[in-house]
Design a protein around this ligand. Structure first.
Ligand SMILES: NC(=O)C1=CN([C@@H]2O[C@H](COP(=O)(O)OP(=O)(O)OC[C@H]3O[C@@H](n4cnc5c(N)ncnc54)[C@H](OP(=O)(O)O)[C@@H]3O)[C@@H](O)[C@H]2O)C=CC1
Ligand SMILES: O=C(CO)[C@H](O)[C@H](O)COP(=O)(O)O
Length: 475
């Protein structure tokens, strides 16, 4: 048969929509899904419904799936991350041929991608870990794509993915080769870390608007709508404004009926763990992950809240607070991207991936969950200064942070006095204050370490690299 240009394994939400997107763009696609008990007809149903009359081949077995593809085969896997990917690859082993290209588009851990790439290299199979962002709609009409893996593979798969990707502000595809090994999945993981932080920040703003100003959902929605018309313009602010406008059957806002207990599949947590593993501090992203954990402690929160005296809310001028919140969100969003890019550059340097940061800022401008107006400025910053160590050092951003800090302090201070938790906003403010402090109290920590463990210290009046020890008890 050997006729389809690309194969897609895994007809979940993402797989189905990517298959439709590929077909819309003129490609012939073979599709397959495992036949789990009770789900034997997924492929058939897809071909008879969403795929009806289109250029799909619905394979009934892995053998016929492989036979239906032009060689060297290009197969996009869209299954649950983790063991399922290894399971699928082991089922492919007897059919794969030298030169075939496997593309994992799921949210796989980049270290798994590096391992899988090395395993498949032994049999001459090329492996790409491609971060995909944009959810169901993105997959269907234009996702942001972050491919990376076996060098030299890109030219053969580029036509497919550039065609189905979303468009950046300048109309170019939100899809670029990120780098070797697990670079693509690594960048997607950090994307999700930033996604967690931005979502948490928006939720903290909502909490303040609701608790401090007592605003109703529709009014909060309108505030987000107006913010979306200015510097905060982004997908997450846009969908947030829409969420507040949706009512339940009884006419009350649906969002207020949702249990305040956030789930997570793990990519944000991985970002925080990897940051610690690589000696990089990601205070905002880490706090966003922690906030999701805390949200799950419903019973403890319920019990403890009853034991505490109510807090007298700090008074607030409504218009002023709303204005300050907008500025705080902007400062924090900048800090979130800055810490994300800092993480990417730290790990990219270690693995020598040579990631192009302005290209990443461009890939994220369309299709993905963290797309925002600010990414245009970030792209330009990295174009001007490709070796920029940290985004906060870019003149325009450091000026912006300096200008925004008064509003930021006022919001965090207001929340602290009112007993409204703002873990992410305050973590970013501490990050800002830490990085703007020429001196920190870490000298005392070094003295303590030397006191109890003879760990030695460096001195301000001696060159770096010379270490001293003091017998502190007998001075
Ligand atoms: N949903 C989203 O917004 C986004 C998801 N992703 C990532 O894309 C991937 C697909 O996500 P999504 O479509 O949402 O759904 P899921 O993560 O739920 O994955 C569904 C697919 O995985 C298959 N699968 C599960 N276990 C196995 C296994 N052991 N062997 C073979 N196939 C298996 C399912 O088959 P079956 O139907 O038979 O159970 C189904 O085709 C995931 O890695 C996800 O993290 C990335 C970006 C956005
Ligand atoms: O990758 C995504 C978007 O970019 C997914 O939507 C992601 O799975 C969401 O993460 P979580 O379930 O942990 O909130």
């Amino acid at each position: 048969m050997n006729s389809s240009q690309i194969g897609l394994y895994g007809l979940g939400v993402m797989g189905q929509n990517l298959a439709l997107n590929l077909e819309d763009n003129g490609f012939s696609v073979s599709v397959f899904n495992r036949k789990a008990p009770g789900e034997e007809t997924i492929v058939q149903e897809f071909i008879e419904n969403e795929g009806k009359g289109k250029n799909f081949y619905g394979a009934e077995s892995i053998k016929s799936f492989f036979e239906s593809l032009k060689t060297p085969r290009k197969i996009l896997i869209m299954v649950k991350a983790g063991k399922p990917v290894d399971h699928v690859l082991s089922n492919f082993l007897s059919y794969l041929e030298r030169g075939d290209i496997i593309i994992d588009g799921g949210n796989s851990h980049y270290k798994d991608t590096m391992r899988r790439k090395e395993e498949l290299k032994k049999i001459g199979v090329r492996y790409v870990g491609m971060g995909v962002s944009g959810g169901e709609q993105g997959a269907r009409f234009g996702p942001s794509l972050m491919p990376g893996g076996t060098p030299g593979t890109w030219p053969e798969i580029q036509p497919f993915f550039e065609k189905i990707a979303a468009k950046a502000f300048d109309g170019s595809p939100c899809c670029k080769w990120v780098g070797e090994d697990g670079a693509g999945h690594f960048v997607k993981m950090v994307h999700n870390g930033i996604e967690y932080a931005d979502m948490q920040l928006i939720s903290e703003a909502y909490h303040i608007l609701k608790e401090s100003l007592g605003l109703e959902a529709v009014e909060i929605g309108k505030i987000f709508e107006s913010w979306n018309d200015r510097s905060l313009n982004s997908y997450l602010i846009e969908i947030t404004s829409k969420i507040f406008m949706v009512s339940d059957d009884d006419g009350l806002p649906l969002v207020e009926k949702i249990l305040d207990c956030a789930a997570q599949k793990g990519t944000g947590r991985w970002t925080a763990i990897e940051a610690f593993e690589n000696n990089v501090a990601l205070p905002g992203i880490s706090q966003a992950v922690i906030a999701r954990f805390f949200s799950n402690l419903i019973e403890i929160r319920d019990e403890f809240s009853k034991t505490q005296r109510p807090i007298l809310k700090a008074s607030a001028n409504k218009e002023k607070l709303i204005g300050n919140l907008e500025k705080t969100l902007l400062a924090c969003r900048l800090a979130a991207y800055a810490e994300g890019f800092f993480m990417i550059s730290s790990v990219s340097d270690e693995f020598e991936w040579n990631i192009n940061y302005s290209a990443i800022a461009k890939i994220w401008q369309g299709g993905c969950i963290i797309r925002s107006a600010l990414l245009k400025e970030i792209e330009q910053a990295f174009q001007k200064e490709p070796d920029l160590k940290h985004l906060i050092l870019f003149d325009e951003f450091s000026e912006q942070l300096s200008d925004l800090q008064a509003s930021w302090r006022s919001v965090v201070g207001h929340a602290v006095y009112s007993g409204i938790p703002v873990p992410c906003m305050s973590a970013y403010l501490s990050l800002y204050d830490t990085l703007r402090s020429k001196s920190l109290p870490a000298n005392l920590i070094q003295a303590q370490r030397d006191f109890f463990g003879a760990h030695t210290y460096e001195r301000i009046d001696k060159p770096r690299g010379q270490f001293f020890h003091t017998d502190w008890e007998n001075q």
